[in-house]
Write a new protein. Structure first.
Length: 321
């Protein structure tokens, strides 16, 4: 590991040679990969795994996969500056380990609908924070796409059914944390990508989640579980698809496009999750959910249809009086 100056002060890492259209497509694919997590988690629990076992072992497998591949194909990406270890640890803990725990407990204390409503506010947080922290601009396309994708997510999650909304003080706090944790993922992931390759960010994100997960997932029961081969296979799939593949290509995409746009594109995750549930576990889908899927896709398309967006004048934030 190398010494360095302050975080974010060194020259930007060499950008990957991909177009913006490809980056948008990769971000959408990452969202679909993340969407498999719910269905796979249900299947793993049905086979005897617990949420703690899934959270811990999917990350152990993911870190091992990243480490093996990088050792074989990209050894320079193993190096980071010593001064960045603490920022990486905080990034991994807040947006990885604590996010996962808060998400599961928010669902347990409230409901899936309530949890999704709270989480789906993160693109708005990312967009506002990106203006101040990353120097991005608020364009007309973003201003239109944000509410459209949010309404779409609400419809997909059937949040219009108020009977499904369950309020619990601690659950609400945890749900709000997931929104800020997801926002931090994009904001600080973008900052790390100015200094490191996606391989480096992915490796250290996965590895540095483990200490916190070991503490909060009851390692006495989760570290050496007795699971069936089928359960282990499903946990490995969770490690491969959402944890490894989804995270890596989201970092590749985030290196090429703005954090605010990436977060809006990733809003297709609930729609993809519903589609997967219909296909894999034969879950029924309501008409308003289909409308929600269309709105989410429409909001994402707005970001690419408006070709001159990067040259538009910023939309000024309201002045406090």
């Amino acid at each position: 590991m190398k010494d360095s100056a302050d975080f974010g002060a060194t020259e930007e890492a060499e950008p990957l040679k991909i177009s913006k259209n490809i980056a948008y497509a990769l971000m959408a694919i990452a969202a679909v990969a993340w969407a498999t997590s719910g269905t796979l988690t249900v299947l793993a629990i049905d086979e005897g795994a617990t949420a703690n076992i899934i959270a811990l072992w999917s990350e152990i497998f993911s870190a091992a996969i990243f480490f093996t591949i990088i050792c074989l194909l990209d050894r320079p990406s193993l190096l980071i500056r010593r001064d960045d270890l603490l920022p990486f640890l905080l990034f991994s803990t807040i947006t990885g380990a604590l996010f996962s725990v808060a998400w599961y407990h928010c669902i347990d204390l409230t409901s899936i609908t309530t949890a999704v409503i709270l989480l789906c506010s993160y693109p708005s947080i990312v967009t506002v924070a990106s203006i101040f922290l990353l120097g991005e601009k608020m364009t007309a396309a973003k201003a239109v796409a944000l509410p459209i994708t949010f309404i779409g997510c609400v419809l997909v999650s059937e949040a219009y059914d108020l009977s499904a909304v369950k309020l619990n003080a601690l659950g609400i706090v945890l749900g709000v944390f997931t929104a800020f944790g997801a926002a931090a993922y994009y904001i600080f992931g973008k900052k790390f990508l100015k200094r490191y390759t996606p391989n480096t960010v992915a490796l250290y994100f996965s590895a540095l989640m483990l200490p916190t997960l070991l503490v909060i997932t009851d390692p006495g029961k989760s570290l050496l579980p007795s699971l069936s081969p089928t359960a282990w296979f499903i946990v490995l799939l969770i490690a491969l698809i959402p944890c490894t593949f989804g995270f890596f290509i989201s970092m590749v995409a985030l290196k090429r496009i703005e954090a605010s746009k990436a977060s809006i594109v990733a809003s297709i995750e609930p729609a993809a999750a519903v589609a997967l549930a219909v296909v894999i576990v034969s879950e029924a889908i309501a008409g308003l959910q289909l409308v929600g899927v269309a709105l989410v896709i429409g909001g994402v398309m707005i970001l690419r249809v408006v070709r001159r967006e990067d040259r538009d004048a910023p939309v000024e934030a309201p002045v406090k009086r």
